[in-house]
Design a protein around this ligand. Structure first.
Ligand code: FDA
Length: 278
C-alpha cells in the first residue's frame, strides 16, 4: 500500500484509484494526464504488458465521463528492446485510442531516445491527424530545430525544461540559460503554432510569459503540472486556463516518490515532517 505521504504525488496503485483521482481533479476543473509508472524494460514481456495495461486503461476511461488521457515513456513499451518493439506497442495503444477518440502523449527520456521518439510521434500524429503529443526539452540544444520541425505537424507539443542530466556538448547546463531558451521557444511557438502548446512548468515566470504571449497572439495553450506540486496554483489557474495534471500511478511508485522528494528541499522537509508526525 502507498503510504499517505507518497499519495500526494501518486494516484494510487491501480487503474481504479487512478480513475478516482481523475474524478477528484475533474471536479476541480483540472484535466488529467495519466502515467503508469515504469521505464527502461529490457524484457519485451514487461514492455508488452505495460502497453496492454495502457490500452485497458483507455477502454476503462471510455466507459466513464472522465476527462483524462495518457502519457507513455518510450522505454516503458519497448524502446530499450528495439525501436520496432516500441512502435508495435505504441501502435497497439493508439489503435485503442482511435476506437474511443482519445489523446496519447509520449514523454521524452534522455537524449539517446530523442530521434526514435520524435520520429514515432511524427508518423503517428500525421496518420491520426492529431490526437498525439510529445514532450520537447528546452535544455537540449537541438530543440530549437525540433520546435520548428513540428510547427505544421498536427498534435501537441509539451515544452519542459528537461529532467535528464545531459552532456554539455548537446545540452545547456545553467538554469539561467535554460530559462532563457524556454522563453524563446515559447515565443516561437505562440507566433508560429496554431495551438497545441502545452506549457509544462511549475515556474510562475514561464506561465506569466505564456499568458502574455497568448494575449498578444491569441494562440490557445494549456498548462501542465505534476500531481502534488503547486496544487493550489493548479486550482487557481484552472479558473482561467486549461490545466492538465500529470498524475502517475501503479506499483512502481517508490522510485518516483524518491525523485520528487529529492528535487526540492521543501519536499524533503515535508516528507520528514510527515514521517515524524509533525
Ligand atoms: P524549475 O524546477 O525550474 O523551478 C522554477 C520555479 O518553479 C521555482 O523557482 C518555483 O517557483 C516553481 N517550482 C518548481 N517546483 C516547485 C515545487 N515542487 N513546489 C513549488 N514550486 C515549485 N521532463 C522530461 O525530461 N521529460 C518529460 O517527459 C517531462 N514531462 C513533464 C510533464 C509535466 C506535466 C511537467 C510539469 C514536467 C515534466 N518534466 C519532464 C520535468 C521537467 O523537465 C522539469 O524537470 C520539471 O518540471 C522542473 O522544472 P520547472 O519548469 O517545473 O521549474
Amino acid at each position: 500500500m502507498i503510504p499517505p505521504i507518497a499519495r500526494r504525488f501518486v494516484a494510487g496503485e491501480t487503474p481504479a484509484t487512478a480513475l478516482e483521482h481523475v474524478r477528484e481533479c475533474n471536479d476541480r476543473d483540472i484535466k488529467v494526464v495519466l502515467n503508469l509508472l515504469g521505464e527502461h524494460y529490457d524484457d519485451p514481456t514487461a514492455a508488452d504488458d505495460d502497453a496492454r495495461a495502457y490500452a485497458a486503461l483507455l477502454s476503462d476511461l471510455a466507459d466513464t465521463d472522465l476527462d483524462a488521457c495518457i502519457t507513455i515513456k518510450p522505454s516503458q513499451i519497448g524502446l530499450d528492446v528495439s525501436e520496432a518493439r516500441f512502435r508495435d506497442n505504441l501502435r497497439g495503444v493508439v489503435d485503442t485510442a482511435d476506437e474511443h477518440d482519445q489523446f496519447v502523449w509520449i514523454d521524452m527520456e534522455n537524449h539517446t531516445t530523442t530521434d526514435a521518439t520524435l520520429d514515432a510521434f511524427e508518423e503517428f500524429a500525421e496518420a491520426r491527424g492529431g490526437g498525439m503529443g510529445v514532450c520537447l526539452q528546452a535544455n537540449l540544444k537541438r530543440t530549437r530545430d525540433d520546435i520548428e520541425r513540428f510547427a505544421d505537424v498536427p498534435g501537441k507539443i509539451r515544452l519542459v525544461k528537461g529532467a535528464y542530466d545531459e552532456p554539455p556538448a548537446i545540452a545547456y547546463k545553467s538554469k539561467e540559460r535554460i530559462n532563457e531558451v524556454y522563453g524563446e521557444y515559447l515565443e516561437y511557438m505562440f507566433e508560429n503554432y496554431g495551438g497545441g502548446i502545452a506549457v509544462a512548468s511549475h515556474d510562475p515566470v514561464m506561465i506569466d510569459r505564456a499568458n502574455e504571449l497568448h494575449e498578444e497572439h491569441a494562440t490557445p495553450f494549456e498548462i501542465q503540472m505534476l500531481m502534488g506540486v503547486r496544487e493550489d496554483a493548479q486550482e487557481e489557474l484552472a479558473h482561467e486556463y486549461e490545466v492538465h495534471q500529470y498524475a502517475p500511478y501503479g506499483g512502481k511508485w517508490l522510485s518516483y516518490f524518491y525523485r520528487r522528494m529529492m528535487e526540492r528541499k521543501e519536499n524533503a522537509g515535508f516528507a520528514l515532517r510527515a514521517i515524524l508526525g509533525r
